[in-house]
Design a binder for this molecule. Structure first.
Ligand code: NAD
Length: 255
């Protein structure tokens, strides 16, 4: 295994994807299809806002099932190794996750950017009420009570549905998150920068481009993944294996 060493100047930017939670029992993007009996077309359609607007009952059935799964999940050794390292690095550590499961925070990580949101929060598709913590599983698609009270739910064909507070396909990421990553890379570039991607296929943008951004900032780059990712070649080091097995060793030997 290549060695990853840290000194007092090292800044570590981490990107995690669905593979980081696979050992916690949460299926990866591809695994979801198999588990939920969805074909590729359904899976993609139900990952968009149109999926919700066209088939709200089906959309919420699928997302409620995913919520139920999250509520049973616990962080694994990979999540814990990252949280332990953050304790040592403090502000020289930043964790960017594509996962919507909240498991990094449950393991104790604090400096976390949830690039794609969090499935255990809900917001309205219509009004600007802030997202709220929500673990409910809905048998019927939920309508926003505020919009209802204010008369915006009168048209049965155009309901103000509630939606999970996650970034669906075709939606933009929060600019403030991208700025925070940029600022971290700039700070790290002035000292020493390491970039580590874990459990991510390299197919979802713009997260998949972070490795190039990190390289431009002078980072040494590592990928830990069960299988080669589509962008494995963009990394200086590729460590093939399970996050829960590789990370405790890779991060403990070095900190
Ligand atoms: P992906 O599902 O496209 O790819 C996961 C990658 O992880 C694969 O390359 C696989 O080889 C690897 N992997 C599987 N098990 C692993 C393990 N134990 N250790 C290390 N690697 C492992 O995931 P992605 O690149 O994150 O993109 C999927 C999209 O779907 C993201 O946008 C994400 O928001 C969403 N998603 C999130 C969750 C979650 O929150 N846990 C789960 C499924 C999908």
């Amino acid at each position: 295994m290549p060695s990853l060493s840290f000194d007092a100047r090292t800044h570590l930017l981490v990107l995690t994807g669905a593979g980081a939670s696979a050992e916690s029992g949460i299926p990866t993007y591809r695994g979801v299809t198999v588990e939920e009996g969805l074909n590729e077309t359904d899976r993609e359609r139900l990952s968009t806002l149109h999926g919700l607007l066209d088939e709200p009952a089906r959309f919420w059935r699928v997302f409620s099932g995913r919520r139920a799964k999250l509520l049973e999940a616990q962080p694994n050794a990979g999540h814990r190794a990252l949280a332990a390292l953050e304790e040592q690095l403090g502000d020289r550590f930043l964790l960017v996750t594509q996962n919507i499961d909240g498991l990094h925070q449950l393991a104790g990580s604090k400096r976390v950017i949830e690039l794609h949101g969090n499935l255990l929060r809900t917001r309205c598709t219509r009004c600007r009420r802030p997202a709220f913590a929500d673990i409910r599983q809905y048998e019927r698609p939920p309508v926003c009570e505020i919009c209802q009270a204010e008369g915006r739910a009168n048209d049965p064909h155009d309901q103000p549905w509630l939606r999970p507070d996650v970034v669906l396909f075709g939606e933009n990421l929060a600019p403030k998150d991208l700025e925070r990553i940029e600022a971290f890379l700039e700070r790290g570039a002035r000292e020493r920068l390491v970039y580590l991607a874990v459990g991510t296929s390299g197919l979802v943008y713009p997260a998949a481009e972070l490795v190039q951004q990190a390289h431009r900032a002078g980072a040494e780059t590592f990928l830990v993944n069960l299988e080669p990712a589509v962008n494995s070649d963009a990394f200086d080091h590729f460590i093939q294996g399970k996050a829960g097995e590789v990370l405790p060793e890779l991060l403990a030997t070095s900190a």
